[in-house]
Design a protein around this ligand. Structure first.
Ligand SMILES: NC(=O)C1=CN([C@@H]2O[C@H](COP(=O)(O)OP(=O)(O)OC[C@H]3O[C@@H](n4cnc5c(N)ncnc54)[C@H](O)[C@@H]3O)[C@@H](O)[C@H]2O)C=CC1
Ligand SMILES: CC(=O)C(=O)O
Ligand SMILES: [Mg+2]
Length: 615
């Protein structure tokens, strides 16, 4: 069946359908068939999924009991769209000069209100303006929203499973109104961005991530489910806050904690066995433990460990290309990683695996340690007591390879001065830690184009700014950050590129590819394919300019490609079982471009569907 449709769509049509500014319907993609709504009157107007506000045509007003409930003039979708964008731009204008947090929350409120009223219009403005709106629904503003969530709360989104629901989850899961769920993002709120334990208020993160899924991967918003596992909080301020909406108890630990997560995973799997579950913003010990526990039993992944790793690897490979060196030189790069948490260790593991795949490297990895890793206690060496085994494999030894004469707990500036690294990568959650002294030391890097990745979120936690990088390291530096910054004007008509290195470039494609392949689980090979696809997206010309990551405006196009790469890796590893009318054999028969076409065609696009059948 897919073959017939694939023949119909030319590559040109596909490109237009994928571009964020060209509606799929206009590009010849199939228009969703009429759906019959069983609600009437105000129930429809109060349901954001069906509501069209003033755009209900007269036939629908007549047949759905809406006559008289709306002003008489019928507006077009385009008129509604322009009206919203104009209000948004007026808000921007009217709040000029106000404190940043006030402006950010005002923008979040106007978008959130649109979401709660009219999802079709909301997702359309989000898709078309993703570069402007991602910083509001995602990092950095989502962090501010989580910090203030209990006060901002008006209407629930998603589901909440608490420690008090033990034994009830299997029935609770059926309280969710949608028949089908494809994508779940779950958190326990224990490490929200770099903001620490925010308890139940962390629900903003699954909501934001799933908005990105809808916008970037075209997952139907009716089939996504944000979830909070509230097992308590250790945040004393929240426990004392009268408005706090979560359980007022310390976090569950050990077997008690795991039994809650186990019960939740069983409940999800019982109702939606094919749903993909993304774990997000769990503190390190539970991020790794749950990943090991579930990754071969369920179709799940941990975005902070695995999604981040792929994005960082794409950036690291870009940094090699920026020096004009072949990728086979990657194992020679000296990389200082600041932060040995779930994200930092995920990156180190993936980068190490990539180095070991390069020609000429001893496969066992013995004697090959190009990484210097620091945590809150400084440089991690083999003399460190009680080292987590995941971190221990990257600890520096004191053998003959240790020419730099560094000691346990050495400070960042000491390490940078002695190692002269090619790359300085931050996943520490400590804002400004790459200070003037550290950045000036990076000027002496052994690389002609030193790379600085300040990947911590939100913006206040970024290890440094691009302005400081181009000022102190030099104009030949390359820079990327987790939250968005503006490019820097360098003079002589040159620009210092502020790339965004955020897992948003990969998690939508990983989830979409896993879903469409019907993979039993998400393998390292599928994740590697996603990272390689992102790395190859950037041209040599862009790399030379210092552009390491594509613009967020292209995220739908990127996600289609990443999703297809993941599908093909699942097929290659015999993990793909297919989905709906496309079975494993069909997937196997697809060429690379067929797979991209197939993935792109499966992406949902917001348009008003008829709510009544034509007679
Ligand atoms: N750009 C992106 O796509 C992503 C960014 N992140 C960001 O990375 C940061 C860390 O996340 P996780 O690894 O999950 O947190 P984590 O809490 O597991 O790890 C933080 C690590 O930083 C270390 N650290 C703390 N203070 C330090 C200091 N002064 N000097 C050196 N190291 C220090 C800690 O010892 C720990 O090893 C967060 O800000 C998060 O927002 C995480 C995932 C994706
Ligand atoms: C981007 C992301 O996943 C984080 O900062 O945790
Ligand atoms: Mg995260």
């Amino acid at each position: 069946m897919w073959r017939h449709a694939a023949r119909r769509s030319s590559a040109q049509i596909q490109r237009r359908a994928l571009s964020s500014s060209a509606p799929a319907a206009a590009a010849g993609a199939p228009v969703p068939g009429p759906c019959i709504v069983h609600k009437r009157g105000t129930d429809i107007l109060h349901d954001p999924w069906f509501n069209k506000d003033t755009a209900f045509p007269m036939t629908e007003r007549d047949r759905l009991g809406l006559r008289g409930l709306l002003p008489p003039r019928v507006m077009s979708f385009e008129q509604q769209y322009d009206r919203f964008i104009n209000s948004f731009r007026s808000l921007e204008h009217n709040t000029r000069g106000e404190p940043d947090t006030i402006v950010a929350l005002a923008k979040w409120r106007i978008l959130n209100r649109l979401h709660d009223r009219n999802e079709t219009l909301y997702y359309r403005v989000l898709i078309d303006n993703i570069k402007d709106f991602a910083p509001i629904i995602y990092t950095p503003t989502v962090g501010l929203v989580c910090e203030n969530y209990s006060g901002l709360f008006r209407r629930p989104r998603g589901m909440y499973f608490s420690a008090k629901d033990k034994g009830e989850m299997m029935s609770m899961i059926y309280n969710w109104p949608a028949e089908k769920v494809d994508m779940i993002v779950v958190t326990d709120g224990s490490r929200i961005l770099g903001l620490g334990d925010l308890g139940v208020q962390g629900i903003g993160i699954p909501i934001g991530k799933l908005d990105v899924y809808v916008a970037a991967a075209g997952i139907n918003p009716q089939k996504v489910l944000p979830i909070m596992l509230d097992v308590g909080t250790n945040n004393a301020k929240l426990l004392e806050d009268k408005l706090y909406l979560g359980l007022r108890q310390p976090r569950l630990e050990g077997a008690e904690y795991l039994s809650v997560v186990d019960e939740f995973m069983e409940a999800v799997h019982a109702r939606w066995p094919k749903a993909v579950v993304q774990f997000e913003d769990f503190q390190m010990k539970w991020a790794f433990e749950t990943l090991q526990r579930y990754r071969n039993r369920f179709c799940m992944f941990n975005d902070d460990v695995q999604g981040t790793a792929g994005v960082a690897l794409a950036g690291l490979l870009g940094a090699v290309r920026a020096q004009g060196r072949p990728l086979t030189d990657f194992p020679k790069q000296k990389i200082v990683v600041v932060g040995a948490g779930s994200a930092g260790i995920g990156v180190l593991n993936m980068a190490k695996q990539a180095m070991l795949r390069m020609p000429g490297i001893n496969r066992s990895g013995e004697g090959h340690n190009q990484f210097w890793v620091l945590d809150k206690d400084g440089l991690i060496t083999k003399s460190r007591k009680d080292l987590d085994p995941a971190v221990a494999r990257f600890a520096r030894g004191f053998g003959p390879d240790e020419v730099q004469d560094l000691h346990e707990g050495a400070s960042l500036v000491e390490v940078v001065k002695k190692v002269k690294p090619h790359v300085l990568l931050g996943l520490s959650g400590v804002g400004g830690i790459f200070n003037e002294e550290v950045l000036k030391a990076m000027k002496e890097s052994d690389s002609p184009r030193p790379a600085i990745f300040a990947m911590s979120n939100p913006t206040t936690k970024a290890e440094c700014t691009p302005e400081d990088v181009f000022k102190y390291v030099g104009e030949n530096a390359v820079f990327a950050s987790g939250s968005p910054f503006s490019n820097v004007i360098l003079g002589n008509g040159r620009k210092g590129y502020a790339n965004q290195a955020n897992n948003m470039y990969l998690f939508p494609g990983i989830g979409l590819g896993a879903l469409l392949s019907g993979a039993r689980h998400i393998s390292d090979g599928m994740l590697q394919a996603a990272a390689e696809c992102l790395a190859s997206y950037i041209t040599d010309d862009e790399i030379r300019k210092g552009i390491l990551f594509p613009s967020v405006s292209n995220i739908r196009h990127i996600t289609a490609r990443v999703g297809a790469a993941v599908v093909r890796a699942a097929v290659f590893e015999d993990l793909a079982e297919g989905r709906c009318d496309v079975d494993a054999g069909d997937l196997k028969d697809m060429t690379e471009s067929d797979t991209v076409d197939y993935v792109a065609r499966k992406m949902w696009y917001p348009i008003y569907s008829p709510l009544v059948n034509d007679k």
